[in-house]
Design a protein around this ligand. Sequence first.
Ligand code: ADP
Length: 260
Amino acid sequence: AANLSLLLQTFSFGDKRHLLLVQDVTDLQKADAMRRDFVANVSHEMRTPITVLMGFLETMQSIDLDKSQRDQYCELMMSQAQRMKSLVEDLLTLANLEANTLPAPMQAIKLEAVMALLKNDAEALSQGHHTFNFDLESPKNLMGDEREILSAFSNLVSNAVRYTPDVGSVSAKWSVNAEGQGDFSVTDTGPGIASEHLSRLTERFYRVDRSRSRDTGGTGLGLAIVKHIANRHQAQLIIESTPGIGSTFTLRFPKERIAS
Ligand code: ADP
């Protein structure tokens, strides 16, 4: 094993006995490197909006702005503050999900209500430019944690809206397949994602296009949150995408979590 890291420790006892302890610390080192990367990423993500905010504040201190300029500055500062708020909220969500190792509870979730909420939010986010198609092909309920399910589904829908140009369309569908598994899928006619990125999309702060994601208001944590929620529900996240055509994100729930 080329990448194996061993920790060697010797212990000597008074009666001439020695103990050599050999411990494989590869995983520990990896976890430590990931934690360091994560802290560096969070610091960077927080510092950017703080720097921008301070720049605006300094300008406001040094120049007398008229009312319309001041309004414009306030709006720009509010959007930076909003970005920090979303980041902190997503970090807390992720920390809570990671701390909870139990499977999600089995509460019946009515998908009609969830779909209606998702559609409302999507329309508000798009400000009336996209075409929406939200379908309920199965009346079966999903058993899980309603708040988490809503958060996972709305992350997928908001990504579809945010990455799809104004003229595009976004569809969301709930169906139960022949094997009895429940599929929630979101399809968009956005830019699509090249195959080399697909396996990394659920990593925290992984983005295909850094600047674009920030412009669209993303924290870089959405799909990491979706993946955790999927795991807690024994669901699979399936991503299919064709560059230039669009993407489909599906959460596939086991039949044990589907009820009439
Ligand atoms: P972000 O906050 O950056 O959107 P996510 O974790 O939700 O973070 O998504 C990770 C990355 O996956 C995004 O930065 C984007 O590059 C890509 N992505 C996610 N959803 C889509 C989509 N529907 N169409 C195209 N790219 C997407």
